[in-house]
Design a protein around this ligand. Structure first.
Ligand code: TUI
Length: 312
């Protein structure tokens, strides 16, 4: 399927993998790229040299295009932004902030810059700064989220900017893919479905939590701290929300989440860990290879788009 995004990035299918901290390491990124999508290394809170290593490992595993996601709250973001240029990475996505200060450097190096935005205002600002496309991410997503839903955000961003829009949040199958295209997107970004991929190094207990999750099994922690994070309900979210309701301080709340994503991803601690996942976890029901996932989604989407005139 050809869209403005497949042309921009030189990929086969308009499916981008979310740049999930701890989860999106080189095995997953290379598998998604090899399957014809765009694999992304999630720099998360990692140090710059770790990210450089991940880039080199991805290059060794695939000759196809891949990208790096910079989480802008990472204190090492400046150095990672530099590593991207030094390593000749072709695509960068950004999250949780404004990448404006890196834009000139990246554009000069020929890097395609695709910021995640959670509002029309942010999308317009990013395009004025030189973004090649934007990812409009709804609050159905896992992890750090904004407040608009995918259904409302994508068409409004698509109307507001001339660059291609990539829809994210709540997309996990071919129906979601087709719906996103109808809303004006030229590609989708998926996170939760790829967490359970065979090539994903996430602990089996975390994958199992996603596979068993139902539609309303996620919670948003951190509404009061200005850092809302969607994750699967567990003992950790129950404690967090109780403290948050009681007016606990930012420091107290941060203390609970410190290292909690690592606990979930690496140790498989589903009790105290942060099981970041989107609302679509309820639909994610099996572990498959990235290739199987992408081929299944594209085939379902084609059926949806072809049958789009009959609703009986
Ligand atoms: O960034 C994400 N999702 C994330 S980052 C993350 S890191 C982490 N958090 C807690 C514990 C451990 C690790 C987890 N999930 N998605 C992209 C995204 N960006 N969603 C929303 C935004 C966003 C929000 C506001 C982007 C820009 C923005 O603008 C604010 C500004 O600076 O003007």
């Amino acid at each position: 399927m050809k869209t403005r995004v497949t042309e921009l990035l030189g990929i086969e299918y308009p499916i981008i993998q979310g740049g999930m901290a701890w989860v999106a390491e080189y095995n997953l990124a290379a598998a998604v790229s090899e399957a014809g999508g765009l694999g992304i290394i999630g720099a998360g809170g990692a140090p710059d040299e770790f990210v450089r290593e991940q880039i080199q490992k991805t290059k060794a595993a695939t000759k196809k295009p891949f990208g790096v996601n910079i989480m802008l709250m990472n204190p090492e973001a400046d150095r990672i932004a530099q590593v991207i240029v030094e390593e000749g990475v072709k695509v960068v996505t950004t999250g949780a902030g404004n990448p404006g200060k890196y834009m000139a450097m990246w554009k000069e190096a020929g890097v395609r810059v695709i910021p995640v935005v959670a509002s029309v205002a942010m999308a317009k600002l990013m395009v004025r700064s030189g973004a090649d496309a934007v990812i409009a991410e709804g609050m159905e997503s896992g992890g750090h989220i904004g407040s608009a839903t995918t259904m409302t955000l994508v068409p409004q961003v698509a109307d507001a900017v001339d660059v291609p829009v990539i829809a994210a949040g709540g997309i996990g199958d071919g129906r979601g893919f087709a719906a996103a295209m109808m809303l004006g997107a030229q590609a989708v970004q998926m996170g939760t479905r790829f967490v359970v991929a065979k090539e994903s190094v996430v602990h089996p207990a975390y994958k199992e939590k996603i596979i068993r999750a139902k539609d309303i099994d996620s919670e948003i922690t951190g509404m009061s701290t200005g850092h809302p994070v969607r994750q699967i309900r567990n003992q950790m979210t129950r404690e967090y929300l109780k403290l948050e309701k009681a007016g606990a301080s930012f420091e107290e709340l941060e203390h609970i989440t410190l290292g909690a994503l690592r606990k979930a991803v690496v140790d498989g601690d589903t009790v105290n860990g942060t099981l970041m996942a989107g609302q679509i976890a309820g639909l994610v029901s099996k572990e498959q290879t990235c290739k199987e996932m992408i081929e299944e989604i594209m085939s379902e989407a084609e059926t949806c788009l072809e049958n789009g005139r009959s609703f009986c």
